[in-house]
Ligand binder design. Structure first.
Ligand SMILES: [Zn+2]
Length: 75
């Protein structure tokens, strides 16, 4: 039944319009959140490294600032 429902829902899908819309959405999201995915690489010193993922381990307060115990790297 689920297969039949999905098949009917997708039968009239305009695949080109779907692709245009997903490209626009992807670009919009890239502009909105890409800045939050930048990090500095502890291996090569690249200050504009693109984070592959973030792993929240633990933080500690150190001289009035919050500092992550984990290191990021891009290479
Ligand atoms: Zn690197």
């Amino acid at each position: 039944m689920l297969y039949t429902f999905n098949k009917r829902e997708l039968a009239d899908l305009d695949i080109e319009e779907y692709r245009r819309t997903t490209r626009k959405l992807t670009e919009y999201l890239r502009q909105e959140i890409a800045a939050y995915c930048k990090t500095s690489c502890s291996m090569c010193g690249n200050e504009e490294a693109q984070a592959k993922y973030f792993l929240w381990i633990k933080t500690l307060e150190y001289e009035n600032s919050e500092r992550s115990l984990s290191n990021g790297f891009c290479c």
